[in-house]
Structure formats: C-alpha cells, structure tokens
Design a protein around this ligand. Structure first.
Ligand code: 8Y7
Length: 355
C-alpha cells in the first residue's frame, strides 16, 4: 500500500505539564502529556520533533491530525450511562462460549454468566462485553440462532441490573437481538466487514461501535501475517473503515477504534502496536485495546498458559493507559481496576501543582 502522508506519533511522555508551557501537549484530553512527536514520513523515515514549534511543520492534513490528537474525547453515552473518557476505563469480558481460549465453558448457565458480569461491574468495570462466538485463532463459526440463545438472556439480565453492556459479535442478526435485550454498544472484531447488513443495523440503532483491525479471518489470521509497517498499515486500515462507516450513516462521534491485538499479528507486530499505540489518537476516536491473557504474553514468559497470564495482562493494561487508551478490555476486572487506580494515583500526584 502506498503511503502518501506523514503521521504524528506522540512520544516522550512527561509526568507533569507544569512549568513546561508550550513545550508539552495533552493527549486526547486525558491524563498524559507528551514533549515530542515522531513524524512518520511516507518513505518510512522517522523524525523526532519537539512539541514546541511543531506547528511550523504542519500542512492542513498534519494540522487536522494534531487537532484530533490533542482534543478531548466526549463521554461515551450508553443508554442512560455516561462513561467519561478523560481517564482509562475497564471493559470486562463475559464469554458465553463453550470454546473461548482463556475462559471457555466456565459458566453453567446464563444466570451464572450474568452474575459474573454483575460482579465485574461492581468491581469497577464501566462496560461489560458479552460474546457468544469465540474468535480465537482457528475457532469455528457459530450459527446466529445459537449465538443469540447464548447471549440474549445474559445481556437482558445485566442491562436490567443497570450495567452498560456491549455485544461482541460480527453478525447483524445477533446485533439486533442484543440491542433488543439491552446492549448499548457493538464490539465488532471484523469492523463491520463480516456481515454486509451489520453497518445498517448499527447506523439505524445509532449506538456506538468498536471497529477493530484484523488481517484475514479467525481460521487463518495467524498463518504468517505480514506488514511492511504494522503501525502505519493498521492506522490506514482503521482510517478507511471509519470513513466507510461514516459514509454509511454511522456518526463519527459514535465510532471507537481498536488495533486488534493478536488478530493477524505476530508477537513483534503486537509489541510494535502497543509501543506505538498513541499514534491512533490522531484518528479522533476513543481507543479500545484488548491484550488480556493473549498469546504474546505467553510468548514472552516461557509459554505461560492462558490462566497464568494475569501479570503480563496488567503490564499491557498499564502500557495502554500510559499511551492514553480510553477503554481497556480485560478478563480480570478487580486486578486491572486496582492496577489502574494505582497508576491513576501516580498521575494525580504528578498533576497536582506544588504548593
Ligand atoms: C478483542 C476483542 C477479542 C480485542 C476488541 C480475546 C472480542 C479474543 N479480542 N474485542 N475481542 N479488542 N475490541 O482474547 O482485542 O478476548 S476475542
């Protein structure tokens, strides 16, 4: 894919903006300030630029990227809930599947699954993401009717109890059933590319949607994925998907983006995405990231199995927070919430002017 433009990746994060007027910029209205940006040129060249005076380098396109990068994100409205996006929020995972890779088959029935979701909400998860089809590498497809039967009662019970619920699905009919059951956010790992009717369902319901990058389909996505520059290619792909969704009538302020950790990526690709995550804020959408219990953690820790990847999951959650990710999708909610509260305490201390 030909790259024709320069991108801006925030880097050199500082503890505090105080005393650094004009030398630092605030990332997406959140808790992070940065002193430099890496300009990623079309030929792949990286150029480090101080924030001070960086405007002198801007053409119209870079000025628009900069405005998106440094403007606050509006709160996410899910039914009668408002989720502030000026700080990282936790999305708790409830998989109602017999074969999810890390927690498959853990629930005896829908009441037990809903109970687990309610416990996550009580522990501080802002959103509960309910899914009925495993999208792990090599997973088989699930028939819509089965998927609906698995998730609808769980969503209904959680929504009735007051939780903000998202539905993890790629299928229009499942989205429709989930929205009728009370889900208020669609999390589509195919970014509305899997089911030709999914876009209209989301547009008509006027609910927010997470558009996630992936390469290939779940059956084959881990067969030798290749990129020339994973960060730039995922960025361009998400930008194209945002434009397509907007053209189809989904309001831009209802679009969230996710680089799709583990979806058609090698360990090196995943790490490059995590290190460069702040780049994606110039797309102007809240950023969702899910690395919880994923294989990259095993690859970096002597092949620890999925149920022994909590510490690595927390390391990635903190890295994501540091790069301004607004929503962090996790299995282990109390642990992630605690880690982020400590991170938040550190940020608040640094952001309190000395007296
Ligand atoms: C992600 C996801 C999965 C992710 C978003 C798993 C459904 C595999 N991963 N949704 N879903 N982002 N937005 O490990 O990374 O949970 S399934």
């Amino acid at each position: 894919m030909a790259k024709t433009r320069t991108l801006i990746r925030p880097t050199a994060f500082v503890d505090s903006p105080f005393g650094h007027d004009g030398k630092v910029a605030r990332l997406a209205g959140g808790l992070n300030w940065f002193a430099s940006a890496e300009l990623i040129h079309p030929d792949g060249r990286r150029e480090l630029c101080a924030v001070e005076g960086i405007e002198s380098r801007f053409d119209d396109d870079l000025a628009a990227q900069w405005a998106a990068l440094t403007s606050p994100r509006a709160p996410l409205v899910l039914g009668n809930r408002r989720i502030a996006l000026d700080q990282p929020q936790v999305m708790g995972i409830v998989n109602v599947t017999p074969d999810s890779f890390s927690d498959g088959g853990q629930f005896a029935d829908s009441a037990a699954a809903a109970e687990a979701g309610a416990t996550m909400a009580a522990a501080g998860a802002a959103i509960i993401d309910v899914g009925g089809e495993s999208t792990r590498p090599g997973a088989a497809m699930v028939w819509e009717g089965d998927e609906i039967e698995r998730i609808a009662p769980v969503i209904r019970q959680l929504a009735t109890g007051g939780a903000a619920v998202s539905v993890d699905t790629r299928k229009a009919d499942v989205m429709t059933a989930a929205l009728a059951a009370g889900a208020r956010l669609v999390n589509d790992v195919s970014a509305l590319t899997f089911d030709p009717r999914a876009t209209e369902v989301v547009a008509a319901a006027a609910v927010p949607v997470v558009l996630m990058h992936h390469l290939g389909d779940p059956q084959t996505m881990q067969d030798d994925p290749r990129y020339d520059d994973v960060l730039v290619e995922v960025y361009d792909w998400l930008e194209t998907r945002i434009a397509a969704a907007a053209k189809a009538g989904i309001s831009r302020d209802k679009i969230l983006i996710d680089p799709g950790f583990g979806f058609g990526k090698t360990v090196a690709h995943n790490l490059a995405l995590m290190n460069g995550l702040a780049l994606f804020h110039s797309l102007g959408c809240p950023l969702v990231i899910g690395a919880s219990r994923k294989r990259t953690i095993g690859a970096l820790s002597n092949e620890a199995p999925a149920d022994q990847r909590l510490a690595g999951s927390l390391a990635f959650a903190l890295k994501a927070a540091e790069q301004g990710a607004q929503i962090i999708r996790v299995h282990d909610v109390p642990e992630a919430v605690q880690a982020l509260k400590v991170w938040r305490g550190l940020r608040d201390q640094a952001l309190t002017p000395r007296v």
